[in-house]
Design a protein around this ligand. Structure first.
Ligand SMILES: Nc1nc2c(ncn2[C@@H]2O[C@H](COP(=O)(O)OP(=O)(O)OP(=O)(O)O)[C@@H](O)[C@H]2O)c(=O)[nH]1
Ligand SMILES: [Mg+2]
Length: 410
């Protein structure tokens, strides 16, 4: 594996440099903004630094592409000289390449050793760069690393930087490394790891239509302000406008007048009925009122995970709605610590799906993998902005995987 560092004015220019130098097979390990060291750096424009890696065989492949012109010239000149050799000795031509083959083999072995040494030194240098450029003088730090181990560390660091919980990141990279031979390169590791991450994220499970003609009843729960009402409006609009389905809305968010008004405004724009349910009995009634619809979407009040009493009420409302699907709506911007507390508060739910909002507000998506790992519940939709109805999509596993591995800047 070769790891190289490129600095340019912007990401585009840096990636171009990588491609020019290493070819299109190169894997982008990390991008970040850097400034010149020292006081002057404070006033300089930030530059983009890209760390890129490529397997040894790809470098050779790329080099041979670059030197294609030279080898054509060489074979042409060989063709020109061959008849002369032939006529002078009257012997079949002896290939230059057959002569001294032992000597050449020795040279190749020698070169291989040199490359292997360079690779070790590069791995060691890279480990230092990744350790926030804090050079360590300890003997242990100077110990050369096994290349596979250093590749593992690169991926581990990327996952952790993208806020995957360190224990989860460690398990994932170890699982990927266990599937590789000791000579495996960075691309093999990337392929294994992305397979494992995508497998862990699983197949997204969105709203399932019923085959018996009855409405699908869906309820949205989650902390305050994560985007439950907006998400519900996005789904309602998509069902109505793109899928030509009939939709009924119910709001159980009766804590704030503004919350009822918010949903009523969306319902008016879309021209769909909305009912308000203050109690579990009213919830049952509202659900039966919309029994002629294809889809019933139920909004609930955001619950602070610190207020336990509200959860009893929510439990009763969910039970009364007899919802087919419960979506736990979480913001992708939630800190890992808050997230644990939130999951704890909602642990009374047995069957639910995960819906992440505000993916547009954070460059790192580790929380998606962490929550999926901790709960084992399916991913569903991801929302990517405030715009109704456009900013929602079915969770794109490939995109999330690339983001987590750090090789994709969204
Ligand atoms: N950037 C961004 N903002 C969003 C997204 N989804 C919702 N919002 C915004 O988040 C804010 C809160 O959205 P609501 O839909 O009212 O959230 P809620 O969960 O219903 O809030 P409560 O009912 O008070 O618990 C609004 O300003 C939304 O426009 C999203 O995907 N990205
Ligand atoms: Mg709301």
């Amino acid at each position: 594996m070769k790891i190289r560092r490129y600095v340019a004015k912007n990401t585009q220019e840096a990636i171009l440099k990588v491609k020019m130098d290493l070819g299109s097979e190169a894997l982008i390990l990390n991008t970040r903004k850097v400034r010149k060291k020292g006081l002057l750096g404070l006033f300089s424009k930030p530059m983009t630094e890209v760390l890129a890696a490529i397997d040894e065989y790809n470098v050779h492949g790329h080099d041979s592409r670059n030197s294609g012109q030279a080898s054509v010239t060489e074979s042409a000149s060989r063709q020109r000289t061959t008849p002369a050799v032939h006529s002078a000795s009257n012997q079949p031509p002896v290939s230059n390449y057959a002569v001294n083959s032992d000597e050449k083999e020795e040279k190749i072995t020698d070169l291989e050793n040199k490359i292997s040494n360079i690779e070790d030194v590069l791995s060691k240098l890279y480990a230092r760069v990744m350790n926030s450029e804090k050079p360590s003088h300890g003997a242990a730090a100077d110990k050369l690393r096994d290349p596979k181990e250093s590749v593992t560390e690169v991926f581990y660091n990327n996952l952790v930087k993208n806020e995957v919980e360190p224990e989860i990141a460690r398990k994932l990279v170890n699982a990927a490394a266990a599937r590789l031979s000791s000579s495996a390169g960075v691309n093999d590791m990337a392929a294994q790891l992305s397979g494992i991450i995508a497998g862990l994220l699983g197949k997204p499970d969105t709203i399932q239509d019923k085959s018996n003609g009855k409405p699908v009843t869906v309820i949205f729960v989650g902390p305050t302000g994560v985007g439950k009402t907006t998400t519900l409006a996005k789904i309602a609009a998509n069902y109505l406008l793109n899928r030509k389905k009939t939709v009924g809305l119910i709001t159980a968010d009766t804590y704030r007048i503004a919350a009822v008004e918010q949903l009523k405004t969306y319902a008016e724009i879309l021209g769909i009925p909305v009912s308000v349910a203050y109690t579990p009995a009213e919830m049952k009634e509202a659900v039966s009122l919309h029994s002629d619809k294809d889809l019933i979407l139920i909004d609930t009040a955001g619950r602070s995970h610190k207020n336990k009493a509200q959860f009893e009420e929510l439990k009763a409302l969910i039970a009364a709605s007899a919802a087919d699907e419960v979506y736990l709506v979480l913001s992708a911007t939630t800190s890992q610590r808050n997230c644990r507390e939130i999951l704890n508060s909602y642990s009374f739910l047995s069957d639910y799906k995960l819906l992440f909002t505000k993916a547009d507000e954070t460059p790192v998506l580790g929380i998606i993998l962490n929550v999926r790992y901790m709960t084992g519940k399916s991913l569903s939709y991801i929302t990517t902005g405030q715009s109704v109805p456009d900013d929602i999509e079915t969770a794109n596993i490939d995109k999330i995987t690339k983001n987590l591995m750090g090789s994709c800047t969204r």
